[in-house]
Structure formats: C-alpha cells, structure tokens
Ligand binder design. Structure first.
Ligand SMILES: NC(=O)c1ccc[n+]([C@@H]2O[C@H](COP(=O)([O-])OP(=O)(O)OC[C@H]3O[C@@H](n4cnc5c(N)ncnc54)[C@H](O)[C@@H]3O)[C@@H](O)[C@H]2O)c1
Ligand SMILES: [Zn+2]
Length: 404
C-alpha cells in the first residue's frame, strides 16, 4: 500500500525530489560617528552620511524625534530645520520633524508602528530616501522596525540620545516592539545605514538615566576588556559627576566593544544559543518585569552583574575578592545593588527570580547558556546554574546592602 502511494506520488509529481542549495552572503557596513552639536550647520557629519552613496542628489528625509528629547530641548525641531535650510542642495525634509512618544510607551502599542508606516507612505519615502530616528533606545527600536518593514527596508539613520542607546543598543543590528506584554516580541535584525552619536544629548539627561547607561559599560568591560575595567575604576570620580570627557570615553569604548562583538563574535543575528553580551541579563530581565519596570534596564543589569559576579566566585571560576571590586565600582557609580524583589516568594514558596533562568533559555531557544566570569575582562559560558548558589549570591547582596 505504501509502495503504491509512493509510486502514484512520483508519477503525478511535477518535480522529482531534489535539493538545490542556494547560498550567498551580504556584507554589512555602517559608520558609527561620535560627535558634538550634530545639528550645528557647520557640523558636516549628517551631510557626509546622507551623501555617502549618492553625492549629486537632494536626499529626502523623514525625521522622527523622541518627545522626551524635545521636552528638554524645545529648540531641537527648529535647529534641525535650520540645518536643512543651510544645506538645501543635499537635504530635503519632507515635512517638519515629527514628535513621537518617548520611552516604552512607543513600544507597547502597535498603532504607533502603523501610524509611522502611514507617514512613510504618505510622504513617498522610498528605498533611496532616509528615515532619521532621534531618541532613546525605545524610539530607535520602534522607528527601526518601521524602517525595516516599510518597502521591505528603508535606509535608517539612528541618532541615539541616551547613554544606553549610544553605548549599546543604538550601535547594534536589532529593532523591536512589545506584543501584549511580551517584551521585544515583534522585531527584525536590520543593520542601520549609519549611527550618529552626539554627546550633547546625553549631557541633557537626568542623572538617573546617565547612571543607568553605565551598567552596560561595566558589563562589557568585565567580559571583554580588563584594561577598560581598570579605566572605569580610575575614573570613578569623574564618571560619578558625569564629567564630559570621561562620559565621552566611557561611551565610545563601550560602543566599540559592542561593535566588535557583533562584527567578530561570529553570530551577529543571534542564531546560536549564546549571547555573551547578555552577561548579568538573565536576572536583569526578570527584575525589570517583577518590578513592572520601576527598576530600569540599566539598574537591573547592575544588580544582575553583581549577582553573577558573586556566583562566579562561588562556582570557583573567579578569584575571591573580585566580586567586592565589581560591586564597589557599581555602587560608586550610583547603583543600588539590592531590591526586595530579589527575595520575593511565590505562593508555592519558590523565588520568582529563578524563573528568569527558564525564561532566558526560552527566549534564546536551545540550551541554557549563561555568561559568567573567569577573570576581570574574561567571560566564560556555562550551561547549568545551581539555584542554591543563586540564593547564596542573593544573600550576599542583601548582607552587603545592610552593612553600616
Ligand atoms: N535593540 C537593541 O539591541 C536593544 C538593546 C538594549 C535595549 N533596547 C531597548 O532600549 C530601550 C531602553 O532605551 P533607553 O535606556 O535608551 O531609554 P528610553 O528610550 O526608554 O528613554 C527613557 C526616557 O528618556 C527620554 N529621553 C531620551 N533621550 C533623552 C534626552 N537626551 N534627554 C532627556 N530625556 C531623554 C525618553 O523620552 C524616555 O522618557 C528598551 O525598550 C530596550 O528594550 C534595545
Ligand atoms: Zn542590556
């Protein structure tokens, strides 16, 4: 019977089974600029970027601006228009820069996406025009999704305005929005056309935001660059008062290390189950959701780093004493390394933080892979985590915080 059905399948098939392997590779290149006064008409960075592929054209641009940025810098929209007016041979703004909701709001409701896609359609932005996104990581993620999905991909210039987006998310290749409470559920991998980091934006930020973005610098120093960790320790006084030069160096080195990992780490589009840049993040994601984002991403990452550094010592991977060094640096930068949610209890007595391990594995797919430390500046991947050691690490954080 089986043979008969196979025969009739072959007889009726248009194609005998065969497999032809398709294969091509696409190289991605994009510049990441570090500059100041980006929209000063004398600053050539934006013009250089727009004209880098086609010099003799007037480039059509649609600009979206984070409303949080406009609220601290109300002149920004006029400044962008004045910049375009000073360069009319190269830039055409298709309309006034458009304000969009800043922060997680823009990622929580899909209507923002459809609305922005509608504007792209209305203003006939095509694959040779530009979308320029100015804002924090949330606005860059949402506008990034819009640019990646309109006409199957429009050129996107990112202008990150927070420490976190300048030194981490803004230089990367991902975008996303949230779906019904699932963080970053809808998104794509889509490298930008260019990233333009203007230090003046981060100087405008409230202190809490400035501190939060520094967690990613500590993270990447710990897993990749001992010299950078030493630099952070030596410049703690300057960083804790957000001294301009120190902030600039910290952002630049952190961004470079992230870029290096994406380009050289062998998995830019994250198809494997390892995410070395997510050191300290399994606990951080859970702390963010358990506190309904009252603890921000960077603040949660700082706690996650301290927890996993202590864990690394308890697991015999890292020399004892290094966890104190790491925690001291984070505290001096202004982070609080304790939150009561770390010892919350579910109705069955379990600690909901530990659920974060399962969620982290599910998010990546495949085997649980957690980065720990074997030295300052050297991460190591492990595939099993002892819940008991996590509890001991939590107890250590609690004891630390109750010291006189
Ligand atoms: N795509 C990625 O690879 C990636 C990586 C990490 C994080 N993220 C995402 O980034 C988001 C967090 O980004 P964030 O930390 O940059 O914060 P954010 O975008 O949430 O912004 C925080 C607040 O600061 C305001 N703001 C932004 N720039 C400002 C400025 N210069 N002056 C004053 N206020 C300003 C915003 O309006 C908002 O209210 C999260 O949604 C996270 O998921 C994405
Ligand atoms: Zn992070």
């Amino acid at each position: 019977m089986a043979d008969q059905s196979k025969r009739s399948l072959n007889e009726s098939a248009q194609f005998a089974t065969s497999c032809h392997r398709q294969s091509f590779s696409v190289a991605y290149h994009y510049p990441v600029y570090f500059t100041e006064r980006l929209f000063d008409p004398a600053n050539p960075v934006l013009i250089e970027t727009l004209t880098s592929l086609e010099r003799e054209r007037r480039h059509r641009c649609l600009v979206f601006v984070d409303d949080g940025v406009v609220s601290v810098r109300p002149s920004l929209i006029a400044q962008i228009e004045a910049y375009a007016d000073g360069h009319t041979a190269d830039i055409e703004l298709v309309c006034r820069p458009i304000k969009v909701a800043g922060g997680e709001k823009i990622k929580n409701e899909l209507f923002h996406i459809e609305w922005m896609q509608g504007l792209i359609q209305q203003h006939r932005i095509d694959r040779h025009s530009f979308v320029i996104a100015i804002g924090g990581g949330a606005v860059l993620d949402a506008v990034g999704l819009v640019a990646a999905t309109s006409h199957r991909g429009i050129r996107l210039i990112r202008v990150p305005t927070t420490v976190l987006s300048q030194n981490d998310s803004g230089v990367g290749v991902k975008n996303s929005v949230n779906l019904k409470g699932s963080k970053n559920f809808v998104g794509t991998f889509a490298p930008p056309f260019a990233v333009l980091n203007d230090l003046d934006f981060v100087i405008d930020l409230p202190p809490r935001e400035k501190i939060a973005g520094m967690a990613e610098a500590v993270k990447v120093a710990l897993i990749r660059d001992a010299a950078f960790f030493g630099w952070l320790e030596r410049h703690i006084d300057a960083l804790s008062i957000f001294e301009r030069g120190a902030m600039a160096t910290m952002i630049k080195r952190c961004a470079e290390l992230h870029m290096h990992q994406i380009a050289r780490g062998g998995d830019p589009f994250e198809s494997g189950s390892a995410r070395p840049l997510d050191f300290g993040h399994w606990a951080a994601h859970k702390i963010e959701s358990l506190t309904r984002n009252h603890v921000s991403h960077g603040e949660a990452v700082a706690i996650g780093i301290a927890l996993d550094t202590r864990y690394s010592v308890l697991a015999g991977l890292l020399a004892a004493g290094e966890e104190d060094r790491v925690a001291a640096l984070l505290e001096l930068l202004g982070f609080r390394l304790w939150h009561p949610v770390l010892e919350a209890r579910a109705s069955d007595g379990s600690n909901p933080l530990l659920e974060g391990l399962r969620e982290f594995r599910e998010h990546l797919g495949g085997e649980l892979t957690i980065t720990l430390l074997e030295d300052i500046g050297r991460g190591i991947e492990v595939h099993g985590i002892s819940e008991d050691r996590v509890r001991q690490s939590i107890a250590w954080l609690k004891a630390r915080q109750s010291r006189p």
